[in-house]
Design a protein around this ligand. Sequence first.
Ligand code: ADP
Ligand code: CDP
Ligand code: MG
Length: 208
Amino acid sequence: MGTVDAANKDVNVSLTDEKPIVVFVLGGPGSGKGTQCANIVQHFLYTHLSAGDLLRAEIKSGSENGTMIQNMIKEGKIVPSEVTIKLLQKAMLESGNDKFLIDGFPRNEENRAAFEAVTKIEPDFVLFFKCPEEEMERRLLSRNQGREDDNIETIRKRFNVFLESSLPVIQYYKAKGKVREIDAAKPIEEVFEAVKVVFTPKGEKVTA
Ligand SMILES: Nc1ncnc2c1ncn2[C@@H]1O[C@H](COP(=O)(O)OP(=O)(O)O)[C@@H](O)[C@H]1O
Ligand SMILES: Nc1ccn([C@@H]2O[C@H](COP(=O)(O)OP(=O)(O)O)[C@@H](O)[C@H]2O)c(=O)n1
Ligand SMILES: [Mg+2]
């Protein structure tokens, strides 16, 4: 009995040790998630996985889910978790890394609960980019990446989805003390200064 317990304990310890480190990067559309993740990976040893980028790549690949995903994105709606989580898991495996910035996910309670149930991973912390809607709107309208959802009609829908479905997820993690909130209305370099502080281990100097 004691031996079995001891063995189980060992297994649990090693599983815990092997679990990847995950940071969820959240914020409204246009708050600067992608921009700051690109900066973070230059300074810290993370792999950046954007849920939106993975979904757009899935459309391009001609997958059987492509049309459904395209329609959801055009409407600013959230794609069923099953689809997004599969893409995230595949990208995590293929990266060979064990530290991830998961950008734009979880976007609703379903995303959050399904990810936790399927992967058993809890985020280390949640980086939340807080930005006023007018500023996010300005940025999205001049993003110029040819995205079908960067038009004023879809942008309004995405803002509503953010308020109704995504903010509650941020609240959920706030209650657990896991949210690191950043003022994202400032210029890119200033936002990154604040981001670096969050990623720099306590006691270490924040580097340039
Ligand atoms: N702090 C900032 N100030 C001004 N423009 C920004 C800032 N951060 C990002 N942008 C620009 O705003 C647009 C949206 O940024 P992006 O990183 O794609 O946001 P998100 O991934 O949150 O939608 C891009 O064109 C980007 O260059
Ligand atoms: N977890 C996610 C992330 C994105 N998406 C879809 O992809 C769209 C674009 O997401 P994105 O993260 O690339 O958008 P931004 O916040 O970067 O502007 C969203 O509006 C959703 O339609 C989703 O369904 N589920
Ligand atoms: Mg983005």
